[in-house]
Design a protein around this ligand. Structure first.
Ligand code: 5GP
Ligand code: MN
Length: 339
Protein backbone atom coordinates (compact mmCIF):
# COMPACT_ATOMS: atom_id res chain seq x y z
CA UNK A 1 0.00 0.00 0.00
CA UNK A 2 1.54 3.34 -0.97
CA UNK A 3 2.00 6.16 1.50
CA UNK A 4 -0.76 8.32 0.00
CA UNK A 5 -3.38 5.58 0.40
CA UNK A 6 -2.04 4.72 3.86
CA UNK A 7 -2.27 8.36 4.94
CA UNK A 8 -5.83 8.69 3.66
CA UNK A 9 -6.89 5.46 5.32
CA UNK A 10 -5.27 6.43 8.62
CA UNK A 11 -7.19 9.68 8.49
CA UNK A 12 -10.46 7.93 7.61
CA UNK A 13 -10.01 5.59 10.59
CA UNK A 14 -8.81 8.26 13.03
CA UNK A 15 -12.11 8.18 14.95
CA UNK A 16 -14.64 5.36 15.47
CA UNK A 17 -16.57 4.71 12.24
CA UNK A 18 -19.60 2.84 10.96
CA UNK A 19 -18.10 0.47 8.43
CA UNK A 20 -19.29 -2.19 6.05
CA UNK A 21 -17.11 -4.60 4.10
CA UNK A 22 -18.38 -6.03 0.83
CA UNK A 23 -17.09 -9.07 -1.09
CA UNK A 24 -17.99 -9.79 -4.73
CA UNK A 25 -21.05 -11.74 -5.92
CA UNK A 26 -20.70 -15.49 -5.26
CA UNK A 27 -17.96 -14.77 -2.73
CA UNK A 28 -15.00 -17.14 -2.65
CA UNK A 29 -12.50 -17.90 0.13
CA UNK A 30 -10.35 -14.87 -0.60
CA UNK A 31 -13.27 -12.44 -0.68
CA UNK A 32 -14.91 -13.79 2.48
CA UNK A 33 -11.59 -14.29 4.31
CA UNK A 34 -10.53 -10.71 3.52
CA UNK A 35 -13.87 -9.28 4.66
CA UNK A 36 -14.07 -11.29 7.88
CA UNK A 37 -10.39 -10.79 8.74
CA UNK A 38 -10.46 -7.04 8.20
CA UNK A 39 -13.89 -6.75 9.85
CA UNK A 40 -12.60 -8.37 13.01
CA UNK A 41 -9.49 -6.21 13.02
CA UNK A 42 -11.55 -3.03 12.58
CA UNK A 43 -13.96 -4.10 15.31
CA UNK A 44 -11.07 -4.61 17.68
CA UNK A 45 -9.75 -1.17 16.73
CA UNK A 46 -12.87 0.59 18.02
CA UNK A 47 -15.04 0.71 14.89
CA UNK A 48 -18.49 -0.77 14.24
CA UNK A 49 -17.89 -3.05 11.31
CA UNK A 50 -19.93 -5.71 9.58
CA UNK A 51 -19.74 -7.73 6.41
CA UNK A 52 -22.44 -7.32 3.77
CA UNK A 53 -22.36 -9.97 1.01
CA UNK A 54 -24.43 -9.69 -2.20
CA UNK A 55 -25.45 -13.36 -1.89
CA UNK A 56 -24.67 -16.44 0.17
CA UNK A 57 -21.27 -18.16 0.26
CA UNK A 58 -20.34 -21.87 0.28
CA UNK A 59 -20.71 -24.10 3.31
CA UNK A 60 -16.99 -24.98 3.28
CA UNK A 61 -16.25 -21.38 4.31
CA UNK A 62 -18.79 -21.19 7.13
CA UNK A 63 -16.34 -22.29 9.81
CA UNK A 64 -14.64 -18.92 9.52
CA UNK A 65 -14.82 -16.84 12.67
CA UNK A 66 -17.53 -14.20 12.21
CA UNK A 67 -19.22 -15.92 9.26
CA UNK A 68 -22.49 -16.29 11.18
CA UNK A 69 -22.73 -12.49 11.38
CA UNK A 70 -22.48 -11.87 7.62
CA UNK A 71 -25.46 -9.95 6.33
CA UNK A 72 -26.69 -11.43 3.04
CA UNK A 73 -28.25 -8.82 0.77
CA UNK A 74 -30.56 -11.04 -1.24
CA UNK A 75 -32.02 -12.52 1.96
CA UNK A 76 -32.27 -9.31 3.91
CA UNK A 77 -32.46 -6.36 1.51
CA UNK A 78 -34.01 -3.93 4.00
CA UNK A 79 -31.39 -4.47 6.73
CA UNK A 80 -28.72 -4.20 4.05
CA UNK A 81 -30.18 -0.94 2.76
CA UNK A 82 -30.07 0.49 6.27
CA UNK A 83 -26.48 -0.67 6.81
CA UNK A 84 -25.37 0.98 3.56
CA UNK A 85 -27.21 4.21 4.43
CA UNK A 86 -25.54 4.35 7.85
CA UNK A 87 -22.05 3.44 6.66
CA UNK A 88 -19.36 6.10 6.75
CA UNK A 89 -16.78 3.82 5.16
CA UNK A 90 -17.34 0.98 2.70
CA UNK A 91 -14.52 -1.44 1.97
CA UNK A 92 -14.95 -3.33 -1.30
CA UNK A 93 -12.70 -6.37 -1.19
CA UNK A 94 -11.53 -8.73 -3.95
CA UNK A 95 -13.25 -6.89 -6.80
CA UNK A 96 -12.72 -3.63 -8.61
CA UNK A 97 -15.90 -2.74 -10.52
CA UNK A 98 -19.18 -2.19 -8.69
CA UNK A 99 -21.11 -4.42 -11.12
CA UNK A 100 -19.17 -7.39 -9.66
CA UNK A 101 -21.41 -7.24 -6.61
CA UNK A 102 -24.50 -8.01 -8.67
CA UNK A 103 -27.75 -6.92 -7.03
CA UNK A 104 -25.89 -4.70 -4.54
CA UNK A 105 -24.41 -2.59 -7.33
CA UNK A 106 -27.24 -0.06 -7.47
CA UNK A 107 -27.36 0.39 -3.71
CA UNK A 108 -23.61 0.92 -3.46
CA UNK A 109 -23.46 3.32 -6.38
CA UNK A 110 -25.93 5.58 -4.51
CA UNK A 111 -24.09 5.41 -1.16
CA UNK A 112 -22.51 8.54 0.26
CA UNK A 113 -19.81 6.71 2.24
CA UNK A 114 -16.08 6.87 1.54
CA UNK A 115 -15.12 3.84 -0.57
CA UNK A 116 -11.94 1.88 0.02
CA UNK A 117 -10.93 -0.69 -2.62
CA UNK A 118 -8.45 -3.44 -1.80
CA UNK A 119 -8.07 -5.75 -4.78
CA UNK A 120 -5.72 -7.69 -7.05
CA UNK A 121 -7.73 -7.97 -10.29
CA UNK A 122 -6.86 -6.37 -13.63
CA UNK A 123 -8.23 -3.02 -14.82
CA UNK A 124 -9.76 -1.34 -11.74
CA UNK A 125 -12.66 1.09 -12.13
CA UNK A 126 -12.18 4.45 -10.45
CA UNK A 127 -15.07 4.41 -7.97
CA UNK A 128 -13.00 4.26 -4.75
CA UNK A 129 -11.74 7.29 -2.82
CA UNK A 130 -8.93 5.20 -1.39
CA UNK A 131 -7.55 2.57 -3.73
CA UNK A 132 -5.05 -0.19 -3.05
CA UNK A 133 -4.92 -2.19 -6.27
CA UNK A 134 -2.03 -4.48 -7.20
CA UNK A 135 -2.34 -7.29 -9.76
CA UNK A 136 0.92 -8.85 -8.59
CA UNK A 137 -0.59 -9.84 -5.26
CA UNK A 138 -1.45 -13.48 -4.58
CA UNK A 139 -4.71 -12.60 -2.90
CA UNK A 140 -6.74 -9.82 -1.39
CA UNK A 141 -6.04 -11.43 1.98
CA UNK A 142 -2.30 -10.82 1.53
CA UNK A 143 -3.19 -7.19 0.75
CA UNK A 144 -5.36 -6.93 3.86
CA UNK A 145 -2.34 -8.11 5.86
CA UNK A 146 -0.25 -5.39 4.14
CA UNK A 147 -2.94 -2.83 4.95
CA UNK A 148 -2.99 -3.79 8.63
CA UNK A 149 0.81 -3.65 8.65
CA UNK A 150 0.77 -0.17 7.06
CA UNK A 151 -1.67 0.93 9.78
CA UNK A 152 0.74 -0.36 12.42
CA UNK A 153 -1.76 -2.94 13.64
CA UNK A 154 -0.09 -6.33 13.15
CA UNK A 155 -0.15 -7.04 16.87
CA UNK A 156 -3.94 -6.82 16.77
CA UNK A 157 -4.12 -9.84 14.44
CA UNK A 158 -5.37 -12.61 16.70
CA UNK A 159 -5.81 -16.30 15.85
CA UNK A 160 -9.28 -15.70 14.40
CA UNK A 161 -8.24 -12.86 12.11
CA UNK A 162 -5.14 -14.84 11.13
CA UNK A 163 -7.30 -17.85 10.24
CA UNK A 164 -9.54 -15.82 7.92
CA UNK A 165 -6.60 -14.25 6.11
CA UNK A 166 -4.69 -17.53 5.89
CA UNK A 167 -7.75 -19.27 4.42
CA UNK A 168 -8.11 -16.67 1.66
CA UNK A 169 -4.44 -16.88 0.79
CA UNK A 170 -4.66 -20.68 0.72
CA UNK A 171 -7.64 -20.79 -1.65
CA UNK A 172 -6.50 -18.02 -4.02
CA UNK A 173 -3.01 -19.51 -4.43
CA UNK A 174 -4.23 -23.08 -4.96
CA UNK A 175 -2.52 -24.08 -1.71
CA UNK A 176 0.49 -21.82 -2.39
CA UNK A 177 1.28 -23.31 -5.80
CA UNK A 178 0.16 -20.69 -8.35
CA UNK A 179 2.71 -18.38 -9.97
CA UNK A 180 1.29 -15.50 -7.92
CA UNK A 181 2.80 -17.06 -4.77
CA UNK A 182 5.93 -15.09 -3.83
CA UNK A 183 8.47 -15.43 -1.01
CA UNK A 184 6.59 -12.58 0.65
CA UNK A 185 3.32 -14.57 0.37
CA UNK A 186 4.98 -17.40 2.27
CA UNK A 187 6.35 -14.99 4.90
CA UNK A 188 2.90 -13.51 5.44
CA UNK A 189 1.41 -17.03 5.71
CA UNK A 190 4.16 -17.96 8.18
CA UNK A 191 3.42 -14.90 10.28
CA UNK A 192 -0.29 -15.77 10.30
CA UNK A 193 0.62 -19.27 11.49
CA UNK A 194 2.68 -17.74 14.28
CA UNK A 195 -0.28 -15.62 15.25
CA UNK A 196 -2.36 -18.75 15.66
CA UNK A 197 -3.84 -19.79 12.28
CA UNK A 198 -4.20 -23.60 12.54
CA UNK A 199 -3.06 -24.48 9.02
CA UNK A 200 -3.91 -28.21 9.06
CA UNK A 201 -7.39 -27.59 10.42
CA UNK A 202 -8.04 -24.80 7.92
CA UNK A 203 -6.98 -27.04 5.04
CA UNK A 204 -9.29 -29.79 6.28
CA UNK A 205 -12.27 -27.43 6.63
CA UNK A 206 -11.83 -26.26 3.06
CA UNK A 207 -10.76 -29.36 1.16
CA UNK A 208 -11.71 -32.40 3.22
CA UNK A 209 -15.34 -31.84 4.14
CA UNK A 210 -16.83 -33.21 0.91
CA UNK A 211 -20.34 -34.60 0.76
CA UNK A 212 -20.31 -37.89 -1.17
CA UNK A 213 -22.66 -36.32 -3.73
CA UNK A 214 -20.09 -33.66 -4.51
CA UNK A 215 -17.55 -36.31 -5.45
CA UNK A 216 -20.16 -37.99 -7.64
CA UNK A 217 -20.80 -34.65 -9.33
CA UNK A 218 -17.05 -34.42 -9.93
CA UNK A 219 -17.24 -37.86 -11.54
CA UNK A 220 -19.99 -36.60 -13.82
CA UNK A 221 -17.97 -33.47 -14.68
CA UNK A 222 -14.90 -35.55 -15.52
CA UNK A 223 -16.91 -37.86 -17.75
CA UNK A 224 -18.07 -34.76 -19.68
CA UNK A 225 -14.49 -33.57 -20.18
CA UNK A 226 -13.60 -32.69 -23.78
CA UNK A 227 -9.95 -32.45 -24.82
CA UNK A 228 -8.88 -30.49 -27.90
CA UNK A 229 -5.18 -31.36 -28.26
CA UNK A 230 -4.75 -29.13 -31.34
CA UNK A 231 -5.55 -26.12 -29.14
CA UNK A 232 -3.97 -27.53 -25.94
CA UNK A 233 -7.40 -26.98 -24.41
CA UNK A 234 -9.80 -28.97 -22.25
CA UNK A 235 -13.31 -28.09 -21.13
CA UNK A 236 -16.10 -29.46 -18.99
CA UNK A 237 -19.83 -28.83 -19.19
CA UNK A 238 -22.37 -29.34 -16.42
CA UNK A 239 -26.07 -28.99 -17.11
CA UNK A 240 -28.68 -27.95 -14.57
CA UNK A 241 -30.15 -31.48 -14.77
CA UNK A 242 -26.77 -32.98 -13.89
CA UNK A 243 -26.39 -30.56 -10.97
CA UNK A 244 -29.90 -31.38 -9.75
CA UNK A 245 -29.28 -35.13 -10.00
CA UNK A 246 -26.35 -34.71 -7.57
CA UNK A 247 -28.07 -32.46 -5.03
CA UNK A 248 -25.97 -29.46 -6.04
CA UNK A 249 -25.09 -26.98 -3.32
CA UNK A 250 -23.25 -23.67 -3.67
CA UNK A 251 -19.50 -24.24 -3.85
CA UNK A 252 -19.73 -27.84 -5.08
CA UNK A 253 -18.07 -27.10 -8.42
CA UNK A 254 -15.20 -25.10 -6.89
CA UNK A 255 -11.92 -26.38 -8.30
CA UNK A 256 -13.42 -28.66 -10.98
CA UNK A 257 -11.96 -26.52 -13.77
CA UNK A 258 -8.44 -27.28 -12.54
CA UNK A 259 -8.74 -30.93 -13.55
CA UNK A 260 -8.65 -29.86 -17.20
CA UNK A 261 -5.45 -27.97 -16.57
CA UNK A 262 -3.86 -31.00 -14.90
CA UNK A 263 -3.71 -32.84 -18.25
CA UNK A 264 -0.30 -33.06 -19.84
CA UNK A 265 0.20 -30.35 -22.50
CA UNK A 266 -3.09 -28.57 -21.73
CA UNK A 267 -2.63 -24.83 -21.18
CA UNK A 268 -6.24 -23.63 -21.30
CA UNK A 269 -9.12 -25.13 -19.31
CA UNK A 270 -12.74 -24.08 -19.05
CA UNK A 271 -15.88 -25.14 -17.28
CA UNK A 272 -19.39 -24.16 -18.37
CA UNK A 273 -22.07 -24.53 -15.72
CA UNK A 274 -25.72 -24.02 -16.53
CA UNK A 275 -27.69 -21.89 -14.04
CA UNK A 276 -31.33 -22.11 -15.06
CA UNK A 277 -32.52 -19.84 -12.26
CA UNK A 278 -30.30 -16.96 -13.41
CA UNK A 279 -30.78 -17.86 -17.07
CA UNK A 280 -27.04 -17.94 -17.69
CA UNK A 281 -24.10 -20.25 -18.14
CA UNK A 282 -21.37 -19.45 -15.59
CA UNK A 283 -17.92 -19.74 -17.13
CA UNK A 284 -14.59 -20.31 -15.40
CA UNK A 285 -11.35 -20.17 -17.33
CA UNK A 286 -7.86 -21.18 -16.22
CA UNK A 287 -4.52 -21.12 -18.02
CA UNK A 288 -0.86 -21.95 -17.66
CA UNK A 289 2.00 -19.61 -18.56
CA UNK A 290 1.34 -16.30 -20.26
CA UNK A 291 -1.95 -17.11 -22.00
CA UNK A 292 -4.36 -14.49 -20.64
CA UNK A 293 -7.82 -15.82 -19.82
CA UNK A 294 -8.58 -12.35 -18.47
CA UNK A 295 -8.31 -11.00 -22.04
CA UNK A 296 -10.34 -13.89 -23.45
CA UNK A 297 -13.09 -13.46 -20.88
CA UNK A 298 -13.29 -9.68 -21.29
CA UNK A 299 -13.51 -10.01 -25.05
CA UNK A 300 -15.94 -12.92 -25.38
CA UNK A 301 -17.66 -13.70 -22.09
CA UNK A 302 -18.51 -10.37 -20.37
CA UNK A 303 -16.08 -11.18 -17.57
CA UNK A 304 -12.54 -10.77 -16.39
CA UNK A 305 -10.19 -11.69 -13.56
CA UNK A 306 -6.49 -12.46 -13.67
CA UNK A 307 -4.08 -13.65 -16.38
CA UNK A 308 -4.37 -17.31 -15.31
CA UNK A 309 -7.84 -17.36 -13.69
CA UNK A 310 -10.91 -15.56 -14.94
CA UNK A 311 -14.66 -15.91 -14.99
CA UNK A 312 -17.52 -14.80 -17.15
CA UNK A 313 -21.03 -15.63 -18.31
CA UNK A 314 -23.07 -16.37 -21.35
CA UNK A 315 -26.76 -16.00 -22.00
CA UNK A 316 -26.74 -18.66 -24.73
CA UNK A 317 -27.62 -22.29 -23.98
CA UNK A 318 -25.00 -24.63 -22.53
CA UNK A 319 -24.43 -26.31 -25.91
CA UNK A 320 -24.23 -22.99 -27.76
CA UNK A 321 -21.82 -21.59 -25.19
CA UNK A 322 -19.47 -24.55 -25.59
CA UNK A 323 -19.79 -24.27 -29.38
CA UNK A 324 -18.96 -20.57 -29.20
CA UNK A 325 -15.90 -21.37 -27.10
CA UNK A 326 -14.71 -23.92 -29.68
CA UNK A 327 -15.35 -21.41 -32.44
CA UNK A 328 -13.11 -18.70 -30.95
CA UNK A 329 -10.16 -21.03 -30.32
CA UNK A 330 -8.64 -20.60 -33.82
CA UNK A 331 -8.24 -16.89 -32.97
CA UNK A 332 -5.90 -17.98 -30.15
CA UNK A 333 -4.18 -20.92 -31.83
CA UNK A 334 -0.81 -19.27 -32.10
CA UNK A 335 -0.82 -17.99 -28.51
CA UNK A 336 -1.93 -21.39 -27.21
CA UNK A 337 0.83 -23.17 -29.11
CA UNK A 338 3.43 -20.89 -27.53
CA UNK A 339 2.05 -20.53 -24.01
P1 5GP B 1 -14.01 -18.18 -10.84
O1 5GP B 1 -13.76 -18.82 -12.16
O2 5GP B 1 -13.38 -18.96 -9.73
O3 5GP B 1 -15.43 -17.80 -10.62
O4 5GP B 1 -13.23 -16.80 -10.90
C1 5GP B 1 -11.90 -16.69 -11.29
C2 5GP B 1 -11.45 -15.24 -11.14
O5 5GP B 1 -12.16 -14.43 -12.07
C3 5GP B 1 -11.74 -14.66 -9.77
O6 5GP B 1 -10.67 -13.84 -9.41
C4 5GP B 1 -13.00 -13.88 -9.96
O7 5GP B 1 -13.05 -12.77 -9.09
C5 5GP B 1 -12.94 -13.44 -11.42
N1 5GP B 1 -14.28 -13.48 -12.00
C6 5GP B 1 -15.16 -14.51 -11.97
N2 5GP B 1 -16.30 -14.22 -12.60
C7 5GP B 1 -16.15 -12.96 -13.09
C8 5GP B 1 -17.00 -12.09 -13.85
O8 5GP B 1 -18.12 -12.42 -14.22
N3 5GP B 1 -16.48 -10.86 -14.13
C9 5GP B 1 -15.23 -10.48 -13.75
N4 5GP B 1 -14.79 -9.25 -14.08
N5 5GP B 1 -14.41 -11.26 -13.03
C10 5GP B 1 -14.86 -12.49 -12.70
MN1 MN C 1 -8.91 -12.97 -4.88
Amino acid sequence: MNSEATGKLQQALASPREIILVPHYNPDGDAIGACLGLCRYLGQSGHRARVLAPNDFPQFLKWMPGSEGVLIYDRNPETARKAVAEAELIFTLDFNALDRCGPLCQLLSEASATFVMIDHHQAPDGYAHIQYSDVRMSSTCEMVYNTIEALGGLDRIDAETASCLYAGMLTDTGSFKFASTTPRTMRVAADLMERGAPHTEIHRHIYDTNRPQRLQLLGCALSNLVILPEYRTAYITLSQDELDAHGFQKGDTEGFVNYGLSINNVVLAAIFIENREEGIVKISLRSQGDFSVNDMSRKHFSGGGHINAAGGRSEASLEDTAARFRAILPEYENQLQHA
